[in-house]
Ligand binder design. Structure first.
Ligand SMILES: Cc1cc2nc3c(=O)[nH]c(=O)nc-3n(C[C@H](O)[C@H](O)[C@H](O)COP(=O)(O)O)c2cc1C
Ligand code: SF4
Ligand code: SF4
Length: 263
């Protein structure tokens, strides 16, 4: 199968999913690769049209064993039997149903799944989990996955055979969070605007840097990790409960998890 163009779409508030996909795409090695940042509401608003002679890799972080809620209703994709690759990036707990959910949504959008991968990165809520990941061995696995995908597609003539991935439907229940981050110290704020620019749902006021609609917060921690002076985080009244929850999670997830790929 001759792939004319590779589309890579990602949602990556703290950057590790994007980093993973850059390594996978490097391994795939397509001369024409087009990147789509679904953290930008304007990009999400335009359905991505892909043909049968193109391939599409979609990467999402795992949130509560699912893909982020912004995409539960569907991907902004119009495929035409387009070979599709689902990539889930998670913080060394587990990816649970996220890979199955992403694969199913890709197929509902008109694509045909040809590969899937689950990779570990530092946990965006708790840096003690998956600290330093992806490391050199993860990076080699990501590049190797891209290379193997390309070899698989090069060897296919006609229809891509169906692919099974782990996961269960109905998917895990999604947990709304009581820990939405806020601006904690307005006096130390540099007014750099990074938090407002990174917020995937644009609920941070670009002048005051206060959160205007906390009920829409995804709890992605993009604003927290982007802030150069660390003045964003869960409100003081929730901070202790949040820290206890994160410490409990880290204590239950001490075993290193390795990349898993499906081709
Ligand atoms: C709200 C939320 C829920 C998460 N749930 C999980 C989870 O169920 N399992 C897991 O291993 N990691 C979980 N993580 C960690 C992220 O999947 C992981 O850090 C990922 O690398 C973040 O991707 P990004 O850097 O592209 O934003 C969660 C992170 C957030 C913010
Ligand atoms: S306000 Fe919420 S949705 Fe926006 S970047 Fe911060 S954590 Fe993410
Ligand atoms: S990222 Fe931090 S310093 Fe920059 S505007 Fe936002 S709160 Fe202020």
């Amino acid at each position: 199968m001759d792939i004319k163009r590779l589309h890579v779409a990602y949602f990556s508030p703290t950057g590790t999913t994007e980093r993973t996909l850059r390594l996978v795409a490097e391994g795939f090695g397509c001369a024409e690769t087009v990147w789509h940042d679904w953290g930008d509401p304007e990009t999400r608003a335009l359905p991505l049209d892909c043909g049968a002679d193109e391939a599409l890799i979609v990467g999402m972080p795992v949130y509560y064993g699912r893909i982020p809620s912004l995409f539960h209703a569907g991907l902004p994709v119009r495929g035409r039997r387009t070979p599709f690759v689902a990539v889930a990036v998670y913080g060394n707990r587990h990816y649970d149903d996220a890979l199955l959910e992403l694969k199913t949504l890709g197929e509902q959008a008109g694509c045909v799944t040809t590969g899937a991968g689950a990779f570990v990165a530092q946990h965006s809520l708790n840096p003690d989990m998956g600290r330093g990941r992806p490391d050199a061995s993860d990076a080699a696995a990501m590049r190797g996955f891209g290379k193997a995908l390309r070899a698989k597609l090069d060897g296919v003539s006609g229809e891509v055979p169906p692919l099974d991935v782990p996961g269960n439907a109905p998917y895990r229940a999604y947990q709304p969070t009581p820990f939405a981050p806020a601006l904690l110290d307005a006096e130390s704020c540099l007014h750099c605007g990074l938090c407002a620019r990174v917020c995937p749902v644009r609920i941070i006021d670009p002048e005051t840097f206060l959160v205007s609609a906390p009920e829409r917060c995804l709890f992605c921690f993009g604003c927290v990790r982007a802030c150069p002076v660390s003045v964003r985080g869960p409100r003081p009244e929730a901070a202790e409960a949040f820290a206890a929850k994160m410490a409990g999670l880290a204590a239950r997830c001490t075993v290193r998890r390795d990349p898993e790929t499906f081709l």
